[in-house]
Design a protein around this ligand. Structure first.
Ligand code: CP
Ligand code: NVA
Length: 312
């Protein structure tokens, strides 16, 4: 039996490289089964509750459709409609929902809230994005690179932009799976030091010679990169800082010039939603090296693999 059953999926760092590879491999199998119309209803009769404190297109639809394809059901629970939105403690919500559901996906601000939910829930909890981490997106991204390049080991991913939840989860995922990772951010917007140090520890523990680089220079990060990745300058919840951020990040953009420094066959990636002309130019999003919509599709397949492994 897989050691993944019953586990939470709050951060990729709770898993070994081998376990993450098991999920990625299974996601590939599920994608194939789905394309071939083969029955893969592994979660018949099970229900996932999806708590949203923030907006979503991809996460909501891919989890809901994913549960449906696995033979189960998904319930959309807007946090403002739950009693939680009126102050019912997270620990009570966790215990009550555990009596009805088989899994909970939550998207919220404070990562600590997700940890508290998971601590009190008796069913698996999946992190659908917090201010700190976005692990399901990072898994879909790893799956996409693996599909396009055939391997992850020894490749270099360059992330240019805000040292946010996406940068954090990519730092952890790359360092666990054997990719060099370079993050270029403006001073003051670097990833959190504890995440950078956890990534460094992963690289040392699991992968000889993989590098973790934090720099202020997008060109240094992009040099010979196999993947160029960016995310929005202003994340959900930071709207009041939007004008300042537009100025601070103006030279942290994926454009043709930066792409010319990367490997010739570099992939262009973005978790979406994108702001054309801010963190990425239109020609890169729409260009031949973009795999942005494959990433979005792979959210579905990798999350199905995660749910089937931990909720069955
Ligand atoms: N990438 C991502 O998580 O998209 P949504 O915010 O639309 O869910
Ligand atoms: N960093 C972005 C990711 C959106 C999927 C945000 O948190 O808004």
């Amino acid at each position: 039996m897989s050691g993944l059953r019953g586990r939470d999926f709050l951060t990729v760092n709770d898993f070994t490289p081998h376990e993450l590879e098991e999920i990625l491999h299974f996601a590939g199998e599920l994608k194939k089964a789905h394309r071939e119309g083969k029955d893969h209803r592994l979660l018949k009769g099970k229900t996932l509750g999806m708590i949203f404190q923030k907006s979503s297109t991809r996460t909501r639809v891919s989890f809901e459709v994913g549960m449906y394809q696995l033979g189960g059901n998904a319930l959309f629970l807007s946090a403002s409609d739950l009693q939680m939105g009126r102050g019912e403690p997270v620990k009570d919500t966790a215990r009550v929902l555990s009596r009805y559901l088989d899994g909970i996906m939550i998207r919220t601000f404070d990562h600590g809230e997700v940890e508290e939910l998971a601590a009190y829930a008796t069913i698996p909890v999946i992190n659908g994005l917090t201010d700190l981490l976005h692990p399901c997106q990072a898994m879909a991204d790893m799956m996409t690179v693996l599909e396009k390049k055939g391997t992850l080991r020894g490749l270099k991913l360059a992330y240019v932009g805000d040292g946010n939840n996406m940068a954090h989860s990519l730092l952890l995922a790359c360092s666990l799976l054997g990719m060099h990772v370079a993050v270029a951010c403006p001073p003051g917007y670097e990833p959190r030091p504890e995440i950078v140090s956890a990534a460094g520890m992963n690289a040392r523990e699991y992968n000889y010679n993989t590098e973790v680089l934090i720099t202020a220079d997008p060109r240094a990060a992009a040099e010979n990169a196999d993947v160029l990745y960016t995310d929005v300058w202003t994340s959900m919840g930071q709207e009041a800082e939007q004008e300042t951020r537009r100025q601070v990040f103006s030279s942290y953009r994926l454009d043709r010039q930066l792409l010319s420094l990367a490997a010739e066959d570099a992939l262009v990636m973005h978790c979406l939603p994108a702001h054309r002309g801010e963190e990425i130019t239109e020609d890169l999003i729409e260009g031949p090296q973009s795999v942005i919509f494959d990433q979005a599709e792979n959210r579905l397949h990798v999350q199905k693999a995660i749910m089937a492994k931990i909720m069955s």
